[in-house]
Design a protein around this ligand. Structure first.
Ligand code: M6R
Length: 606
């Protein structure tokens, strides 16, 4: 999704902006631009395509100064083009704006501005903003921005500069993230923390409706009424190297290998020395009071929710639904104050999930957020937050964020079960102890990498693949299939084993690749019947089994045997080889693994 950076200080602003935009590339974009004070003028340069195009343009025109704003755009309103790229400016070029988010009432604002004589160059929603600021500008850019944003409906993080007030940045946040990096004699704005990490770890988190006036020596924050807000910077503990590839060819492979640590960190945050799971903020009465749970999420996070439902119902016996956030918000869900809504979101910024959180709160439900990003919108709006400790996930395809979401689901289910005394402590201890061993188990799962590499060479030229599973394996298969299609562009679908003969088996022909997940001893014979059904019709069948089920599957074309774990925990151990499979298939095809086409890391539009 779009990225914003801004700088004011004594250094070369263009260089800092370009470096910041580079660090935000992972968010996905299709054009980029900068606007910098050069002498007494603002110079704006923007270009469709990757940052290297913008860099080439900047070599041709001298854009040197100490204050500026930059942007990477992911098209929503208007095609990717030079004109539609940000920064957008007032007609005289004296006001420049970068914007993340969507202005929902831009059409009516365009009509109003046109009636006042303003003309538009782009098809974007954003261009109304510099014109509105210009309309109100009377010598004070802060006042003009404050008045301009009072007309805007929708989500927006803004960076603004004005030629008449050099070396000043204005930053605004409303339902789209924006932070201020506080340096020594220099300050920064950014839509995401990695952009400021090379310079500072001191960060102001803006709240919705806040406007900041930033110079190299000062940061002043105001609410939407213009009242000063007292705020101190917070210190963030992210290392710069954590945001780099660390020797791996792709962030995705690095992040797959980071899973033992990510899982250990997440476990450690809630449980130590095998004791009870701790959850601050939930009093005993609240925990025992929930009559129903609804999990709301999108994409991979939704798959974590599907596993969560089964685990919560099994361990804590609380009826649980799982809803795609984009459906939930429009389906008039039955919510009340006896319900717990769990919003799962790696980024904490997904627009549909955030809307689900707001709806749930409006209807009186208690909201628990499970997110990987501190200070994210969802974490700030929920009643309680469980932070996963995956560390920054740069690759668009989610891997370690997913397995830590699974861990969060297990820990929460254990916490509920312990509090509600739904199972004997000895029964819960069996699951808890195996969960605590998961980092070591995942180290052994990663040893399957060589086998997966070999398998990927057999199948990477396929155009279609089918995934099968039953129970928790079915949920694991859904995530495996999503991962494969996201980065390899191979069409794939997932079916519950028992559903095959109700239609999908018609698709199986000689050589069709079918990937079956079979980790549950209790139902592996049923799974084997499904495998035989497709084998008999010519399928090339690959089974992901474990030590106790592998012997059941004698007639498959290939088998990967994963370490044995408690049947409830297998979605974690299956996730890793399926991620590796997607990775190596995409690798063999030569795809852009970390930045797959059409996808963005953080989906902040509906
Ligand atoms: O940031 P979120 O977890 O809310 O994102 C939800 C989905 O957009 C995300 O999981 C998406 O499906 C990933 N690309 C999966 O790899």
């Amino acid at each position: 999704m779009c990225g914003i950076v801004g700088y004011t200080g004594n250094k070369n602003a263009t260089e800092i902006l370009m470096k910041g935009l580079k660090s935000l590339e992972y968010r996905g974009y299709d054009s980029a631009g900068v606007a910098v004070f050069t002498g007494s003028k603002i110079k704006t340069v923007k270009e469709k395509g990757r940052l290297k195009n913008l860099k080439a343009m900047l070599l041709e025109t001298s854009v040197e100064g100490n204050t500026g704003i930059g942007h990477t755009r992911w098209a929503t309103h208007g095609v990717p083009s030079d004109i539609n790229s940000h920064p957008h400016t007032s007609e005289d070029g004296k006001i420049a704006v970068v914007h993340n988010g969507i202005i929902e009432n831009y059409e009516e604002l365009r009509v109003m501005l046109k009636s006042k004589g303003y003309t538009f160059k782009s098809e974007t929603d954003t261009e109304v903003i510099p014109h509105l600021i210009d309309m109100y500008y009377d010598g004070d850019v802060f006042c003009a921005v404050k008045k301009a944003v009072s007309h805007l409906d929708g989500s927006y993080a803004l960076g603004v500069i004005c030629e008449n007030e050099p070396d000043k940045l204005i930053a605004v946040r409303n339902r789209s993230p924006l932070i201020i990096g506080a340096g020594e004699g220099e300050n920064f704005i950014a839509s995401d923390i990695p952009a400021v990490l090379p310079y500072t770890r001191n960060v102001f988190f803006l709240d919705d409706g806040e406007i900041a006036v930033i110079t190299k020596g000062s940061v002043n924050i105001y609410d939407s009424d213009g009242q000063a807000v007292e705020k101190l910077p917070e210190t963030v503990n992210l290392s710069e190297t954590a945001a780099q590839k660390g020797g791996y060819e792709h962030f995705m492979l690095k992040e797959i290998h980071e899973q033992p640590k990510a899982v250990a960190d997440t476990l450690r945050s809630r449980i130590s020395n095998g004791k009870n799971v701790k959850f601050d903020g939930f009093d005993a009465e609240t925990v025992t009071g929930f009559e129903k749970i609804c999990i709301v999420a999108c994409g991979t996070a939704y798959h974590a929710g599907l596993v969560g439902k089964m685990v919560i119902e099994k361990l804590a016996k609380v009826p649980t639904d799982v809803e795609l956030a984009s459906e939930f918000r429009y389906n008039e869900p039955l919510l009340d104050n006896n319900m717990l809504v769990i919003a799962i979101s790696q980024s904490g910024e997904t627009a549909d999930t955030l809307a689900g959180v707001r709806l749930a709160k409006e209807k009186g439900a208690y909201v628990l957020a499970i997110t990987n990003v501190a200070g994210s919108s969802i974490s700030r709006e929920a009643d309680n937050v469980f932070y996963t400790y995956a560390g920054p996930e740069i690759s668009v395809a989610s891997t370690k964020a997913y397995t830590t979401q699974l861990v969060a689901m297990y820990l929460f289910a254990l916490f509920l079960a312990e509090s509600r005394k739904t199972l004997k402590p000895t029964e819960l201890d069996i699951v808890k102890n195996e969960l605590l061993n998961m980092p070591e188990t995942l180290e052994s799962v990663l040893e399957l990498e060589g086998e997966i590499k070999r398998l990927s060479k057999e199948i990477y030229k396929e155009t279609d693949m089918y995934f099968l599973g039953r129970g928790l394996d079915y949920k694991a298969a859904m995530e495996g299939s999503l991962k494969l299609k996201e980065i390899s562009y191979i069409h794939s679908e997932t079916y519950a084993g028992g559903e095959l003969k109700h239609g999908p088996i018609a698709l199986i022909e000689e050589g069709t690749v079918v990937i079956a997940i079979s980790t549950n001893k209790e139902i592996c014979a049923k799974m084997d019947s499904n495998i035989k059904e497709v084998t008999a019709r010519g399928a090339y069948t690959v089974v992901f089994a474990n030590e106790s089920t592998a012997t059941q599957h004698k007639e498959c074309s290939d088998i990967i045997t994963m370490p044995e774990v408690n049947p409830l925990l297998t979605p974690i151990t299956s996730a890793v080889p399926l991620q590796l499979l997607a990775y190596y298939v995409a690798y063999n095809k030569g795809e852009a693994i970390d930045k797959p086409r059409n996808l963005a890391k953080s989906v902040t539009v509906e």
